[in-house]
Design a protein around this ligand. Sequence first.
Ligand code: C2E
Ligand code: CA
Ligand code: CA
Length: 400
Amino acid sequence: MYAGSYTSRNVEAGEVICREGEPGDCAFLIEQGAVEIMVTRHGAPVSVGRLGPGDMFGEMSMIDDSPRSATAVAREHCRLIVVTNDQLVRRVAQTDPVLRMCLTALTQRLRAATARIAPQGGARHALAQSVEPQQQVKEHAMRQLLLEQELRDGIRHQAFAPHYQPIVSLDDGSVVGYEALVRWQHAERGILGPGAFLSAAEASGLIVPIDRQVRHRALGFLAREDAKARRYGARAPYMSINVAAQDFMEPDFVDEIARAIGESAVAPQSIMLELTETCIIADPALVAAKLAACKRIGVRVAIDDFGTGYSSLSYLHQFPIDAIKIDRSFVQAIEHDERRGAVILLILQLAAELGFSVIAEGIETAAHVALLGDIGCRLGQGYYYGRPQPEASLEASKAA
Ligand code: C2E
Ligand code: CA
Ligand code: CA
């Protein structure tokens, strides 16, 4: 459903890219080359414009679902980015309905104008203006589409794998869990962190297959760790896995988790799913039902980045939550701002009452450890204890 529907296309001079009257199932963004747009007038083809790099054509048919209003012919060798129906429809569907209405109205008006166009002068200028958005917007869109194409290639090549950061007991520094943090093994740019691609992955919906790929790897690692620990009669540290709101909202989310657990044969209790507050409060009734289903299969759930978003303590008792993770901006401020410490203390007291654990994120110094210890925080993670590392490095550091 996600992979493979997005491509680049090379077209030779003289080749017809799309034909007037045909159904339009994709649009084209010119990366390189020149394209002539032709319409039939009184039975004869008439040129209405010439497009170049950065220009888009063929998008109108997708927006208002009508046949192509023009024929596009390559005038020199062209490299085109093909924007599929799936990609555009998803975006149009996500926009505000009023905006969507305006977009459709605009498309229809443009169609009417194109139909009236005389072959020369002002009309040609009018079309060129209307199909050409601002340069910056175009460049941004082009970068975004190219990145999406690379993300799809990455998904196809299984290039998304997690690094693991230890979650420790602040009492003695022993490792109680790991957080799986996605990294992209990019063919040319090396290892990329989520900052380089997460927003594009979310905007395109590709975060869903990426999250699933990461989860598959993390569960494999957990299964191997567990098998080793069992030889000594112990259990492996738990695995904390980030879940994007879009992934969580997929109708088969819980089934997919259950299937992945079955395949990897790990104990469900050793999996903690990290969800953000925004995800939790978006649709409380649906979220409550999904969380209840997560509980039924035995996995645990944590609220991630607590302290950055909605941050209301009032909803915590409504959901079957096992842990909250206090955001690093909050944790790091305790050194200079006593009130932050007081709030963390309050969270700890509430957590004790409601029976969930609290994990402090972003611990970078011994002073952070001491301050958190003073107010009774027992669990944490941060560069002070270890940076996220690939499985092989963790193995090496354990052996050393
Ligand atoms: P997060 O879930 O809050 O993860 C913690 C982030 O803080 C990680 O950044 C980690 O490397 C960084 N970090 C940990 N300890 C410290 C510290 O002591 N100091 C500082 N300054 N930073 C610390 P990373 O790996 O770049 O991940 C960024 C965000 O991307 C994550 O924030 C999470 O929201 C998202 N993310 C990561 N992996 C996944 C994934 O597999 N799926 C989804 N949907 N989102 C992910
Ligand atoms: Ca997290
Ligand atoms: Ca976090």
